[in-house]
Design a protein around this ligand. Structure first.
Ligand code: ATP
Ligand code: MG
Length: 591
């Protein structure tokens, strides 16, 4: 390929829209252009790199026994209603209308489509196991599309779905996909590490995410260098000790705290209640119902854990107005002590009822407490009356906790639950996700089979995603220097860039460049010949910016000595005899 024949619109400056390095580099190197927020065109070089990632994924999926299919992006909303996700995934669903005003959904993922296919086509245990995959475009109405391909509205995913006769067999498929992912990312030249991940509303089943360590990643990962434990912070636990239970103290006592609305303010004189002796009361709206969450004052609630534990699809902090409506006080003075709950505004249902019945027929909110508060005595909490708090609170004596859960966010330095070494936290990009689904979708969508024992059973499913476009950008985020991208050989748009300094058609250097081009191409190497009539500095800069693994430069000075220059993108320049250049390149390529 000749440079002037294709389109490589490199840029000197980063477009203002680009927030992170990989995004800047993809734009500057002329691989990508934005059409609208979260929607991109792949230019020729970007597409070549993308196709390579796809091909690696395809080869490893095939090797693991998965079967390729291609499912539609445009889907009838009825199948989403059938699975229940028309409501639960409503936020991310793009909906479009046809000429007769009928609504359609643009698929953000394909569990519904594949499960219905399997329901119709697979009927016997003899046809199982099966694992279907596709490499296809997804649409998601993300709250915050950003960082280029990282969080896009339209992106390419490899998604696979396995169907098995039972849990044990499903685990085999899960492990195969897990192993395939490890190979895929290694072949892409990407350093990843698997972490335990939240399984959300489905709960109880296994899930791992494959993470690329990166400061710009949207995930936080908790890990232990002692035993190798690693988990998404949304799921991570630690061996941090519980609140030291004190003796049950005196009766609850109300005291005035004018103007005190934060844990911190209460921890200062004249009150001097340390944060770890305070109970923080949070009001959340979970699936449209108000609930109370109790955390130790110095702990942070983890919303993903909350949703997973209570099986909520959505949860958000209540507004100050909703807090007043729920508890009769504004944030800063909230509390869940039974007597304080009684003080809820009398015109509300349940207001003034007997505390024992709170949360039952009164419609009072459920109270979920973090495990770390178990047995906590002599605590201080809001009195549900602006400007007042309660002291001497014994959580198990004074508060009707509906259920205890692990709800807190792990912080760095806490002891690992397995080996007690201090935990670390780092940011990372999620590039892949393997998930044991169980029978959630097969039951809802009737994907059953006749088992050997004659019984009809739902298939046990797994689903496995890789963000192909996100992976491509993650490679760039991980592999670059001040001059530009450093493509791993396996995914480089071209492996070799030949840069003759004089491009006149009859110039010796240009003729040599053409010969190298043809010889390397004949040996299966992907070559681009920079035939631009431009200054050498410009051409070298562009080759480095795009990041071709090997550059051959042909200049008159070296040629006079019978030499050309070989420059691995990530290594030192070397002079080689002109007649040995092709052989030397093949060696560098490991051929
Ligand atoms: P995230 O937590 O980042 O939103 P997710 O859990 O919604 O991701 P999955 O449904 O597990 O993602 O999708 C599988 C893979 O698709 C992810 O691991 C990620 O690589 C990719 N992916 C998901 N959402 C996007 C997006 N908006 N843009 C680009 N890639 C995405
Ligand atoms: Mg995920």
């Amino acid at each position: 390929m000749r440079w002037t024949q294709t389109l490589i619109p490199t840029l000197k400056e980063s477009p203002v829209e680009a927030e992170i390095l990989s995004h800047k580099l993809l734009l500057r190197a002329g691989l990508l252009r934005k059409l609208a927020g979260g929607i991109y065109t792949f230019l020729p070089l970007g597409l070549r790199a993308l196709r390579k990632v796809e091909q690696i994924v395809r080869e490893e999926m095939d090797r693991a026994g998965a079967i390729e299919v291609l499912m539609p992006a445009l889907q009838p909303p009825e199948i989403w209603q059938q699975s229940g996700r028309y409501e639960t995934a409503a936020e991310v669903l793009y909906k479009v209308r046809d000429r007769s005003k009928k609504e359609w959904v643009l698929g953000p993922t394909h569990e519904e489509v594949i499960t219905l296919l399997v329901a119709a086509e697979i009927n016997s245990y003899r046809q199982l196991p099966k694992n279907f995959y596709q490499i296809q475009v997804k649409f998601r109405d993300e709250i915050r599309p950003r960082f280029g391909l990282m969080r896009a509205r339209e992106f390419i995913m490899k998604d696979a779905y396995s169907f098995d006769v039972n849990d044990e067999a499903s685990q085999v498929n899960y492990q195969k996909m897990y192993d395939a992912y490890t190979r895929i990312f290694a072949r892409c030249g990407l350093k990843t590490f698997p972490v335990e991940a939240d399984t959300g509303v489905i709960g109880g089943k296994l899930s791992h995410e494959f993470m690329v360590p990166a400061e710009t990643g949207e995930n936080e990962v908790v890990y232990c260098e002692g035993c190798g434990y690693a988990a998404n912070i949304e799921k991570a636990t630690s061996g941090i000790p519980n609140t030291a239970a004190r003796e049950i103290g005196a009766a609850v006592e109300k005291f005035a705290t004018p103007g005190v609305v934060t844990i911190e303010a209460l921890s200062k004189a004249p009150y001097s209640v340390p944060a770890n002796r305070q109970i923080k009361t949070l009001v959340y709206i979970a699936d449209s119902k108000p609930i109370l969450i109790l955390m130790r004052g110095d702990d942070q609630l983890n919303e993903t854990k909350l949703m997973a534990r209570i099986g909520a699809v959505a949860a958000r902090p209540a507004t100050p107005e909703e807090c007043v409506a729920t508890l009769g006080a504004k944030p800063g003075s909230l509390g869940a002590v039974a007597t304080a709950l009684e003080r809820r505004s009398p015109d509300r249902p349940g207001g003034g009822s007997h505390p024992q019945r709170a949360g039952q027929e009164t419609g009072a909110p459920q109270i979920y407490a973090d495990e770390r508060l178990r047995g906590a005595n002599e605590m201080t909490t809001g009195a549900n009356e602006d400007g007042f708090h309660l002291r001497n609170v014994s959580i198990e004596r004074d508060i009707q906790v509906t259920q205890w859960f692990d709800l807190r966010t792990v912080t760095a330095g806490e002891p690992c639950a397995k080996c007690a070494k201090p935990l670390k936290i780092r940011r990372a990009i999620e590039v892949g996700h393997v998930f044991k689904l169980g029978t959630k979708y097969s039951e809802k969508l009737n994907a059953t089979f006749l088992d050997a024992d004659g019984a009809r059973k739902p298939s046990v499913m797994g689903c496995y995603g890789i963000g192909i476009t996100r992976t491509l950008q993650a490679i760039v985020e991980q592999s670059n220097d001040k001059d530009g991208i450093i493509w791993p050989l396996s995914v480089a748009p071209y492996q070799v860039c030949i840069t003759p300094l004089n491009v006149a058609p009859d110039n010796v250097g240009m003729k040599l460049a053409e010969r190298y081009h043809d010889e390397l191409t004949a040996q299966g190497v992907e070559v681009i010949l920079d035939d631009r009539d431009d200054r050498p500095g410009v051409k070298f800069k562009d080759a480095d910016l795009v990041g071709f693994p090997i550059r051959i430069s042909i200049g008159e000075k070296s040629l006079a000595k019978g030499e050309v220059e070989l420059k691995p993108r990530n290594g030192a320049l070397q002079a080689v005899k002109a007649e040995n250049a092709v052989e030397a390149v093949m060696k560098l390529l490991g051929a």
